[in-house]
Design a protein around this ligand. Structure first.
Ligand code: G3D
Ligand code: MG
Length: 236
């Protein structure tokens, strides 16, 4: 049933190399309300460290990172092209271009700002509307985990609410060759940032039909594909 959708042309996506590894070029989009930490998460992942300075993103931009994962004995070299969009509604006109051709979306909310969580479904609808491929792999990131401990509990998004949404989405996405998970992240401490991209790689490769089944949780991913084998990261 997946293959009836707009399947990416595999020869455009993957290049096999002589040593048997496979090179993929994968566009990802960051989504979520303004100031949830999209730019900071990307910066953390790209290895440029964390800056407390808030620079307003204007329109959209992207940055690339090469990463190599081993799944079932095969090396998959992935070039992630990570797009970052300003959350402000004034940039609506760039949105369709932003989402077009993406392989996956990172849906980010701020764990200490409930409205940013409530808007997750709006972001997801926008992705579905504009990605030329219908339902693409997504992951839900509850960012600013480092602030939760000292935050007023009444302002913290309850984990149960997030899990409820994830359950609902997985029901809605039951026919797809990937599962949706929730990860609590911090762009400040780096909590779960690498794991989010590792999970994304496995989900996308499964979605493309390259891996025979998608992971259902981080625990399952790490058990099947231990992280020690997946540390060959190089920055561009
Ligand atoms: P955006 O790209 O989603 O709009 P930014 O968000 O990455 O620009 O981050 C918005 C603000 O939140 C910034 O603070 C940034 O430093 C902060 N931030 C982002 N992620 C985290 C996190 O995980 N923990 C903490 N403690 N802060 C985070 P300022 O104050 O510069 O506006
Ligand atoms: Mg930003």
């Amino acid at each position: 049933m997946f293959w009836k959708k707009k399947k990416p042309k595999m020869d455009k996506v993957v290049k096999k190399t002589q040593d048997g590894s496979e090179n993929y070029f994968i566009k990802l989009v960051l989504m979520g309300d303004g100031a949830v930490g999209k730019t900071s998460l990307r910066r953390n992942y790209l290895g440029m460290g964390f800056t407390e300075e808030h620079i307003m993103t204007i329109g959209a931009d992207f940055a690339a990172k090469d990463v190599s994962y081993n799944f079932n004995g095969t090396n998959y070299n992935i070039t992630y092209q990570i797009w970052d969009l300003a959350g402000q509604s004034t940039f609506n006109s760039v949105r369709s271009m932003y989402y077009k051709g993406c392989f996956g979306g990172l849906l980010v909310f701020d764990r200490t700002r409930p409205t940013s969580f409530e808007n997750i479904t709006n972001w997801l609808n926008e992705l579905k509307k504009h990605s030329s491929r219908g339902k693409v792999p997504i992951i839900i990131l509850g960012n600013k985990a480092d602030l939760v401990e000292n935050a007023d509990p009444s302002t913290v998004v309850p984990d149960e609410k997030v899990e409820e949404l994830v359950k609902k989405l997985n029901e809605e996405y039951a026919d797809e060759r990937f599962h949706i998970i929730y990860l609590s992240t911090s762009a400040k401490t780096g909590l779960n940032v690498d794991k989010a991209f590792h999970f994304m790689a496995a989900s996308i490769l499964s979605w493309l039909g390259v891996l025979d089944h998608p992971p259902r949780s981080i625990e399952e991913l790490e058990e099947e594909h231990p992280i020690e084998e997946n540390n060959k990261e190089t920055d561009q």
